[in-house]
Design a protein around this ligand. Structure first.
Ligand code: BES
Ligand code: ZN
Ligand code: ZN
Length: 462
């Protein structure tokens, strides 16, 4: 909860000071006891190098620290942030506060959540910021919603339960929703998705959320998010130590949902459809196996090289659905798709692939605002060959390395030439040890803010 500074004495007070002589590094805390209040000084580093990201991190660090000291409230003096960065810094700082207030659900029998209040000492005024504060707050809440979905155990968050959660949240902000069941997907020929989804007793579904913020426009951005609520690998079973992250394989779905909720709540004038293929990847007596050939909704045949490469099968049909049934004019898909991207970029940076430079330029602007990190990968013609199959139009696995790019190219084969961006967030959607102060252990909510900023760039002007 963020409230304006009420003037009352707080248990702890936090000041940000440029001159803090204790330590030079950003985010290092020096503590000293004042006369009547406890103060925490978060050094912001050198003034010239002060950025929104540092403001976000410093605010998060202050909150986390006071919480760890069993404090119940904190006053944050925003003056240095206002003076140096203005509005952008204030909004980033508020986001840091919101995100650091997150407490993951647990199922301990004796758990109790403590309330915590943050007061902003806003002696320096920024004009016309009130509405933007509400907007940032909405987006942050949706980042936290995404985290909650991703953290939820797979036995709670089955595909149908995920649909229920998302539909409930979407309806609250006037988003139109449709959930296709197995039979409806069969009627549409979505057999790539069904091949994966019918491996489980928990049936698959397709979740569709529509926000038409600009009804006069024909333009429509599709956000397609991989929604595998449990990925065992199927018959190409994952080794036990890789199974820990099994429930987090719907980070793309959570982000696509969080972004559209934010756009609707903030009434951004843009048309967006979120399409989420939701399924479990399990083993049953009639699950798919390597060597099978299956047929996608687009009519392309696919040879199964590895049943653990299930995400691209879901995305293939979801892209086709978004284009043919929802009339999308441009597409972003995002997914916890490959282990290879984690090897490449670790847990701070997601891989990106695009067929459209202008679209990608906008995307770069979007993530510059959100402060998330992405890196574009090349799509040389030689890579296309790596997913050729001797018996089908495509293979779902490369035998020649380049796991992240070949997975992207597989999905791209279903974009029908529309402007398209593919994001592999396998490294960034989940952190066993947080990389920035505004993160918590587990789900990060990666992608929500960047997708929101990207769609905003396509909103009607004026
Ligand atoms: N969901 C996984 C990718 C993943 C790995 C996500 C690590 C998060 C952390 C995906 O379905 C998968 O298993 N991909 C395989 C593809 C391979 C078999 C071609 C992979 O990356 O190993
Ligand atoms: Zn897999
Ligand atoms: Zn997966």
């Amino acid at each position: 909860m963020i409230e304006k500074y009420s003037g009352q004495q707080a248990e702890f007070s936090v000041c940000f000071e440029f001159e803090a002589s204790l330590k030079k590094e950003v985010g290092v805390l020096g503590i000293y006891l004042g006369e009547s209040t406890n103060q925490v000084i978060v050094s912001l580093g050198e003034k010239e190098k002060f950025t929104s990201k540092i403001a976000r991190r410093a605010c998060a660090k202050a909150v986390a620290f006071v919480k760890s000291m069993a404090g119940s409230s904190v006053v944050i003096d925003f003056a240095p942030v206002v003076q140096t960065l203005g509005e952008a810094g204030v909004l980033a700082g508020l986001e840091g506060i919101n995100l650091s207030l997150f407490e993951a659900e647990n199922w301990k029998s004796n758990s109790a959540k403590k309330s915590f209040t943050v007061y902003i000492d806003a002696t320096e005024k920024v004009d016309d910021i009130e509405e933007k504060i509400i907007q940032v707050s909405n987006v942050s809440q949706n980042v936290l919603f995404a985290r909650q979905l991703v953290n939820a155990p797979a036995n709670f968050l089955t595909p149908l339960n995920m649909a229920k959660e998302m539909v409930q949240a979407a309806e609250k902000c006037g988003i139109e929703t449709t959930v296709l069941n197995e039979q409806e997907m069969r009627d549409l020929g979505m057999n790539a998705l069904l091949t994966v989804g019918t491996s489980s007793g928990n049936p698959p579904c397709l979740i569709v959320l529509r926000y038409n913020g600009d009804p006069a426009s024909e333009e429509k951005i599709a956000l397609v998010g991989k929604g595998v609520t449990a990925d065992t690998g199927g018959y190409c079973l994952k080794p036990a130590n890789s199974m820990k992250g099994i429930r987090g394989d719907m980070g793309g779905a959570a982000a696509a949902c969080g972004a559209i909720l934010s756009l609707a709540q903030n009434k951004v004038p843009v048309n967006v459809v979120t399409v989420i293929p939701a399924a479990e990847n399990r083993i049953s007596d009639d699950s798919f196996i390597p060597g099978d050939v299956i047929f996608s909704m687009a009519g392309k045949s696919i040879e199964i090289g590895n049943t653990d490469a299930e995400g691209r099968l879901l995305l293939a049909d979801a892209l086709t659905y978004a284009i043919e049934k929802e009339n999308a004019t441009r597409i972003v898909d995002l997914a916890t798709l490959t282990g290879a991207v984690v090897g490449m970029f670790g847990f701070t940076t997601a891989g990106a692939v695009s067929n459209d430079d202008l679209f990608y330029e906008q995307f770069e602007r979007a993530y510059a605002t959100s402060d998330e990190q992405y890196w574009r990968l090349p799509i040389f013609p030689e890579y296309e060959k790596m997913i050729e199959s001797p018996v089908a139009d495509l293979s779902n696995m490369s035998n020649d390395g380049c796991g992240t790019i070949t997975a992207a190219l597989f999905v791209g084969a279903f974009n029908q030439g529309l402007p398209w961006i593919h994001l592999d967030i396998a490294g960034t959607a989940w952190v066993d040890s947080p990389k920035w102060e505004f993160q918590s252990v587990g789900a990060t909510g990666a992608g929500v803010t960047t997708l929101y900023e990207l769609c905003k760039l396509y909103a009607r002007k004026g």
